[in-house]
Design a protein around this ligand. Structure first.
Ligand code: WTA
Length: 622
């Protein structure tokens, strides 16, 4: 246990926090109703939780709201009007922009006016493919303001990945930039969009934010520079915040699952708003004087919930940095923490491990005394990385909030509170109002200390409502193994003190540097290479990335294995899926282990690669 003393959180002492936990356990629905009452609604709800048709749970039914009203509008009438909502720093370290709640409102109105003039309204889908620049926040909020549904795609995905996601969402509008800065080089976002929407049946307009400044192709009828649009009179003035139903969709976000086709997770205005507001407030003890930095990209759920929505709902000051941790030097993050006085810093184990390798001298050059709390998300944090983060970055003073959650859950599900004793490597206990079970294959709870399937028992407001356009897959994926309980897809164990230890995925999802990828997605990108007849992808443990992709490839007739071909295939994945999905190793093989029905037995490949027992092979083809 770590016993550094943290001052009482602003919402109550350790005893009061535990009393709240107990009250929430006794009456989870009442707990959420009280939290919802801390926010503003245009019309009140009839029912807090409608569980009449599980697993299609609804929250705050009958209520009218808009997440943007609570993120921005309500602050304009109070003391936060002139408070900084966003501090943004560019990758080069010298580009710098700040927005008070007042000026954030102006920017969001401008963007909303522009997209409304393009015919975007309630229920319409908008794809956002932008770098980590303020406009990504404006675009998300502008969509929400109009009741339109945003689909943000991480600006590291390729044209093919973009095509799949844009076609599936039926977006009318794409908001992008000319390019993004990646370690001093330009990543050509607009070119990728051009390729991705060449045959799109739905996209009518593309808005292009100028960021990198190189020449890009602009289609005279379809493409518009954002700065040209904002110069038009239609961009001026206020744009009304639409009154939407609490259960109206706010966004869809594509994430990887066990088939090649990514799943579109659907979240709604009311419940997601209450959930992200509450979890950030209690887990990170958000205070008025805070400068909150979540290093995640808005292309992933962490960026949605805890870079954009959660901080604004709490009236906090968020910090956004365009670049990565090691460019130009591995002190970049520590320098920014010192310079901007960051108080609460939320990042991923993979980043911590990569920075740890550069030694203590880089962080020790900086005064990190502004830090009060640290956080971790995306994959299990190994105790060594936890200790380093705690000792070298937090100077032994700052508790680490290890938050376990998913794109699906929308908000933290298992996490400590700041006043709780911590165990390095454990994500603590279920968040207020949640209950967790660790089950064996037959659905029986396993004993303390034993590994089993992680299951969530209680519906909670920020939980996905369904998979967009695929209710059946929603029910099958999450609710059918143990009827009535949510199957997370992770394995975990609980210790005698009730602390939870998440071990990793039990399905065909691989977490590579905290990014979520599906083996099937990687495999379908592999077989799209002309030399590849069949392919299998597995994740193997990696010191920095957590997991790295190992691909097994059967070549077509006429192709010979070579180092050069392996390199070409890796490049192919980078261009056709994403650089983050590039396999670390490619093994050429004559045959893949399959079941008699033709399914690849990835488990066997993994056991072989790790030199472990291959287990039951009776279903193997030969
Ligand atoms: C993993 C990211 C251990 C887990 C918010 C989960 C974690 C998947 C943790 C969801 C954590 C996330 N400890 N594992 N603190 N946080 N995971 O949808 O396997 O990108 O199922 O959401 O990340 O990934 P996703």
């Amino acid at each position: 246990m770590d016993d550094a003393v943290y001052p009482d959180p602003s919402f109550g002492s350790a005893e009061e926090t535990e009393a709240l936990r107990a009250a929430a356990a006794a009456d989870p629905v009442g707990f959420w109703a009280d939290r919802a009452a801390e926010l503003e609604w245009f019309e009140p709800w009839d029912k807090v939780l409608d569980d009449s048709n599980p697993p299609f749970y609804k929250w705050f039914t009958g209520a009218k709201t808009n997440i943007v009203h609570n993120c921005i509008d309500r602050h304009l009438a109070g003391p936060y009007k002139n408070k900084l909502a966003l501090i943004w720093v560019g990758e080069n370290g010298t580009d710098y922009r700040t927005f008070s709640y007042f000026s954030l409102d102006r920017e969001v109105n401008q963007m909303a006016n522009v997209i409304k003039a393009m015919g975007v309204g309630k229920g319409d889908k908008v794809t956002i493919y932008l770098p980590r620049i303020p406009e990504v926040m404006f675009a998300m909020l502008a969509c929400a303001k109009l009741g339109a549904v945003h689909s943000v795609i991480f600006a590291g995905f390729s044209a093919d990945a973009l095509t799949d996601r844009i076609d599936d969402s039926e977006s009318k509008l794409v908001i992008t930039a000319d390019g993004s800065w990646v370690n001093g080089e330009i990543f050509p976002l607009k070119d990728i969009v051009d390729a991705g929407i060449r045959f799109s049946p739905t996209v009518e307009n593309v808005i292009v934010v100028k960021r990198t400044g190189q020449d890009v192709h602009m289609d005279a009828l379809r493409d518009h520079w954002y700065h040209d649009l904002t110069a038009l009179p239609i961009a001026n003035g206020k744009c009304a915040t639409e009154h939407v139903d609490a259960e109206d969709p706010l966004f869809i976000l594509y994430t990887s699952g066990s088939t090649g086709k990514p799943k579109a997770i659907l979240h709604t205005h009311g419940g997601y708003m209450v959930g992200t507001y509450t979890t950030l407030k209690y887990t990170f003890d958000i205070r008025d004087e805070d400068r909150w930095w979540c290093t995640a990209d808005p292309g992933w759920v962490t960026g949605h919930s805890y870079l954009v929505y959660g901080p604004l709902l709490n009236g906090a000051t968020a910090f956004m940095f365009e670049g990565g941790p090691t460019y130009p030097y591995p002190n970049r993050w520590w320098q920014l923490i010192e310079y901007y006085g960051i108080t609460t810093f939320y990042t991923a184990p993979t980043a911590i491990r990569s920075l740890m390798r550069f030694g203590d001298a880089w962080p020790n050059r900086h005064d990190l005394s502004s830090l009060r709390l640290l956080g971790s998300v995306g994959e299990p944090i190994n105790p060594e990385a936890w200790q380093w983060f705690h000792r070298v970055i937090g100077k032994g003073r700052c508790p680490i909030m290890d938050t376990w959650w998913q794109t699906e859950t929308g908000m933290f599900q298992i996490c400590p509170t700041p006043s709780m004793p911590l165990k390095p490597g454990s994500a603590g206990k279920p968040f207020f109002g949640q209950e967790v079970e660790i089950l064996d294959d037959a659905g029986q709870p396993v004993a303390d200390g034993e590994e089993g399937f992680l299951v969530l028992k209680n519906p909670q407001p920020a939980m996905l409502r369904t998979l967009y356009k695929d209710d059946e897959r929603y029910v099958n994926t999450y609710w059918s193994k143990y009827p009535g309980k949510y199957l997370a897809g992770d394995s975990a164990r609980r210790d005698a003190d009730g602390y939870l230890w998440v071990i990793g995925r039990t399905d065909d999802v691989i977490k590579v540097s905290g990014h979520r990828l599906g083996t099937a997605e990687v495999e379908s990108a592999l077989v799209s290479h002309p030399a590849v007849a069949e392919a299998a992808a597995i994740g193997l443990p990696h010191d920095v990335k957590g997991n790295a992709i190992h691909a097994y490839v059967v070549l077509r007739m006429g192709y010979e294995p070579s180092q050069q071909l392996a390199e070409e295939i890796r490049k192919h994945i980078s261009v056709h899926l994403s650089p983050i999905a590039k396999p670390d190793w490619i093994d050429f093989t004559e045959k893949l282990p399959k079941t008699r029905s033709g399914k690849i037995m990835r488990r066997v490949l993994k056991a072989r690669a790790l030199g472990q027992d291959e287990g039951d092979l009776t279903t193997l083809e030969d």
